[in-house]
Ligand binder design. Structure first.
Ligand code: NAP
Length: 244
């Protein structure tokens, strides 16, 4: 069976670690980015050094036409997509009363519409082959309330509902859909919080440390594998016990 993965937002952070892990698992990878072409190219070089094929494609996941073009290019150059990791996301903090309509729409555009667009872009081939795996990256804040992150939390909750319902709808077609809810993971996204806050968050984590992008990549690798062939519609939390 063709092993080709499309991973949105894989130029940096969690997506980058997923791309490298999946290459080690034998996948050819379409690396997606929106701004950091330099980082995306570095990931592509690292994947090729591991002996797999890879391409970097710029596409803002909130742009349906751009996502469709990316999926078409990935299929043409690497073969039809058997694994989608819908990972691209944006986050930020704001009191709810200060959330502008533009901010609300942008967060939903990237975090939720992005998943809508990418799943639809690859689903036709998965349905045709009666085989495929979809993994969405939500957040513990999609499961729990997050003060000053109402918008982000709402998008991540939507992703969980989307994934569970997709799993029900697609299971008869041999396609699994699962979700990962990461805790605090050390990437550029949380580095903006500053050293002191990050140290506090590590202390609040029962396992006593922040997560690494590789922690999430290992969960993705498992859910994508045959070892998880009876698992669908689940939300796997990887957070060091943060929301226990
Ligand atoms: P990150 O370090 O900020 O990296 C974000 C990645 O997404 C980059 O590759 C970026 O591309 C890409 N991206 C951003 N907007 C995009 C768009 N509109 N279209 C396509 N790609 C886009 O983030 P991260 O921490 O790895 O987070 C990855 C996912 O995990 C997100 O969905 C996030 O919500 C979720 N998550 C993260 C944490 C955490 O603590 N870090 C916790 C829970 C969940 P460029 O390089 O081109 O900018």
């Amino acid at each position: 069976m063709n092993k080709t993965a499309l991973i949105t937002g894989s130029s940096r952070g969690i997506g980058r670690a997923c791309a490298l892990q999946l290459a080690r698992d034998g996948y050819d990878v379409c690396v997606n980015y929106v701004e950091r072409e330099d980082c995306a190219n570095e990931v592509v070089d690292a994947i090729r050094a591991l002996g797999q094929r890879a391409i970097a494609v710029r596409a803002d996941v909130s742009d349906r036409a751009a996502v469709n073009e990316m999926a078409a290019r990935a299929k043409q150059e690497l073969g039809s997509i058997s694994l989608l990791v819908s990972n691209a996301g944006i986050a930020g903090q704001s009191l709810f009363q200060d959330v502008s309509e533009a901010m609300w729409k942008r967060y939903f555009g990237v975090n939720v519409d992005g998943a809508f667009h990418t799943v639809q872009a690859v689903l036709g081939d998965m349905l045709h082959e009666k085989h495929g795996c979809i993994i969405t990256i939500s957040s513990i804040w999609g499961l729990r309330g997050a003060s000053c992150e109402v918008t982000y939390s709402a998008t991540k909750g939507a992703l969980i509902a989307l994934t569970r319902s997709l799993a029900m709808e697609l299971a008869p077609s041999g396609i699994r859909a699962n979700c990962i809810a990461p805790g605090v993971i050390k990437t550029d996204m949380v580095d903006v919080l500053g050293e002191e806050t990050l140290a506090d968050l590590a202390e609040q984590t029962p396992l006593g440390r922040l997560g690494t992008p590789e922690d999430i990549a290992h969960a993705v690798s498992f859910l994508a594998s045959e070892r998880a062939s009876f698992i669908t519609g689940q939300v796997l939390t990887s957070d060091g016990g943060f929301i226990l």
